[in-house]
Design a protein around this ligand. Structure first.
Ligand code: ATP
Ligand code: MG
Length: 222
């Protein structure tokens, strides 16, 4: 289907931030599910330059970015947004959302997608309570992570809880909606570990990404 500017303005854009070290089918299937089921027409994957809550990474930003680009070739609705890589320094989601809000104007819905594991740590993010001034939050369940919110987050969520995805499409920001998509128990850490143990990573991530990892001998050391 052809995406018009009007559609994008109307239904809004979805953003998925991540370290993508490396990108895998858990990220990608989530992205495609969101596009197919909820009629958003654009989803931007935003690889971070420097994750704020993780130790120094052995894989360079440009390699992670390149793997995201390889993965997104399979679906034209998946866009790669390089702003965090280009901005450098620690990548704060609040800065990214503020920039995006400037670009799309005040009325277009922006939906930040996070897995349940990320959502549970939301209160440790920079200016976390202000995130919903710029965007909605779509929380996707993740195998192994129970939706047991710390009380501060529970209150925050209850005040903004949406009952349906359409609430995210009828306002520019401010709602939080939890849903469950194709459950895939895949993580980047699991892939890195398999590589370090010289085991196969086939079928966990796109084949062109797997080839890039093998060609460049990424994640060989644990
Ligand atoms: P790591 O194991 O290194 O932490 P990861 O697999 O969690 O990596 P990230 O880049 O940290 O991947 O995740 C980016 C975003 O995608 C986060 O919001 C995370 O919750 C979400 N996500 C990652 N894997 C899945 C999955 N299998 N299902 C649903 N959401 C996922
Ligand atoms: Mg993670």
């Amino acid at each position: 289907p052809v995406t018009t500017e009007l559609d994008v303005k109307h239904k809004g854009i979805v953003v998925m931030g991540g370290t993508f070290n490396p990108i895998h089918h858990g990220h990608l299937r989530t992205a495609v599910d969101i596009l197919d089921r909820f009629a958003f027409n654009e989803l931007r994957l935003i690889p971070c330059f420097q994750p704020v809550h993780k130790d120094a990474l052995q894989v360079k930003p440009f390699e992670r970015l390149h793997m995201v680009e390889l993965a997104c070739r399979a679906d034209p609705r998946l866009k790669v947004d390089r702003r965090e890589i280009e901005r450098q320094g620690p990548s704060y989601t609040i800065d990214t959302l503020a920039e995006l809000r400037q670009e799309v104007g005040q009325t277009t819905p922006i939906v930040l997608t996070v897995g349940m594991d990320s959502f549970l740590s939301l209160t440790t993010w920079k200016r976390w309570a202000e995130l919903v001034q710029f965007a909605h939050i779509l929380v996707v369940s993740r195998p192994g992570w129970e939706p047991e919110l710390p009380s501060k987050l529970e209150d925050f969520y209850e005040k903004r809880r949406a009952n349906d995805v359409t609430e995210l499409q009828s306002a520019p920001s401010g709602k939080i909606w939890q849903t469950s998509l194709t459950p895939l128990a895949i993580s980047s850490s699991m892939i890195r570990k398999l590589c370090a143990q010289q085991q196969s990573i086939a079928y966990l991530l796109p084949e062109n990404v797997r080839e890039f990892i093998l060609d460049h001998q990424l994640y060989q050391k644990g």
